[in-house]
Design a protein around this ligand. Structure first.
Ligand code: SER
Length: 398
């Protein structure tokens, strides 16, 4: 496997698809333009939704992006997994390639396979694949055209292998590429492990074969509200943090070069040793995750507030403060952590550099406001306890 920095992994993806005649399109904002079905951009295809629906035309029929995403609400929500899970984030980047009525399953699978095995040099012996249960075409492309051993290809139902952006909108069957964390369990155990969603496998890349527009919510996937798209297309999403963890041979995304500079900044501030840090890793991870989210949200114009997107921005900052108290932080510290986010991510998102001061100030103001609110709440609580003490029955216990 190639040893690569995260910047090189991102760049190699975009370069590969550019060579394959895809237009390199910048990430869209985390705030989706004009889409009431979404609170935040949650996938690379969001900015192309109307192109898939045939309502918008672009001067290109193939595109590639590294897209900023947030999954904190609605259909795709990973908030509660952040910290304890080594792989889930509120903010993350999705690498994608898209076809708008251009190529379909055969090329999508070929591109993905070649990028994984030739550019990133991931051995096929470490990969597992899934296809939608009734998708014979995708199954035979993997096993016959590409020549993957059929014992590596599992057929799964709609819960795993059917993707929809929201309750309604563009959707279709999928094929996924997974990393095998425990190849020693043998090739014959691959399909049962994929079917059981076992932690032997880590999903890396989702190839969606966009075919339908779902007009009404359809939780049982009956298909009765699915109308065919004007032209079938392809929407893929490769989780940057995950593929970097594979290529950098790390157990957790947080151990990669996308997160370690941020975690180290927190550690400089706590003064803890590596051993103490590792014994308290959950707060470190939550702070790193939430400061990435807050930094990018503020950079995209969101401000901490009481409702909707603003509330999410407030919540991630306040959660970071609360997890900071577990590490002993009593004064505002998050702006320094946001600096580490900016320094780490500016290679791909240079606009962060211009917004550094606004980001620092916004985070610190919210941190101060929250600390004051916490202090007031504590004062009230102590007041109530004192009152109870003063009025309690002589025999009562508090
Ligand atoms: N839209 C699909 C996903 O989010 C592939 O990009 O997984």
């Amino acid at each position: 496997m190639k040893k690569m920095t995260s910047a090189e992994v991102r760049q190699a993806f975009l370069d590969y698809f550019e060579e394959m005649h895809h237009k390199r399109v910048p990430s869209s904002s985390l705030v989706p333009g004009n889409d009431p079905t979404l609170l935040f951009t949650n996938a690379g295809m969001n900015q192309f939704k109307d192109v898939f629906l045939g309502l918008d035309k672009r001067p290109y029929s193939r595109a590639t992006t590294a897209q900023k995403c947030m999954r904190v609400s609605g259909k795709h929500n990973d908030l509660e997994n952040v910290g304890p899970s080594p792989r889930h984030h509120t903010f993350f980047e999705m690498l994608g390639n898209f076809s708008f009525g251009d190529y379909f399953k055969r090329d999508a699978i070929r591109f993905a396979y070649d990028l994984m095995t030739k550019v990133y040099e991931i051995p096929v012996q470490r990969l597992g694949f899934t296809v939608y249960e009734s998708d014979e075409e995708a199954y035979s492309i993997w096993t016959e055209d590409i020549g993957v051993d059929p014992r590596r290809v599992a057929r799964l139902g709609p819960k795993t292998n059917f993707w929809q952006m929201a309750e309604t909108g563009p959707c279709g069957p999928t094929s996924e590429i997974h990393w095998d964390l425990r190849p020693e369990e043998g090739i014959d155990a691959i399909i049962p492990a994929l079917q059981a969603e076992s932690d032997r496998f880590l999903e890396l890349w989702n190839l969606v074969f966009m075919q339908f527009n779902r007009l009404q919510p359809d939780p049982d996937h009956t298909g009765q509200w699915d109308e065919p798209l004007p032209a079938p297309g392809v929407d893929t999403g490769l989780g940057l943090e995950r593929v970097v963890s594979v290529l950098q041979d790390k157990q957790a995304n947080y151990e990669t070069d996308l997160f370690m500079p941020i975690i180290r900044r927190v550690q400089e501030l706590t003064g803890q040793t590596d051993a103490v840090r590792d014994a308290n890793i959950v707060p470190y991870r939550v702070i790193a995750d939430h400061m990435r989210a807050a930094t990018f949200l503020i950079s995209d114009g969101v401000r901490p507030g009481a409702t909707g997107r603003d509330y999410v921005c407030r919540m991630v900052i306040r959660r970071a403060v609360r997890f900071g108290t577990k590490l002993g932080f009593e004064e505002p510290f998050l702006a320094d952590v946001a600096d580490a986010v900016i320094d780490t991510m500016a290679v791909a998102y240079p606009e962060l550099l211009d917004k550094r001061e606004a980001i620092r100030r916004t985070i610190t103001n919210e941190e101060i406001r929250f600390r004051r609110a916490m202090d007031r709440a504590l004062d009230e609580l102590y007041g109530m306890i004192d009152e109870l003490r003063a009025t309690r029955e002589p025999s009562g216990e508090l």
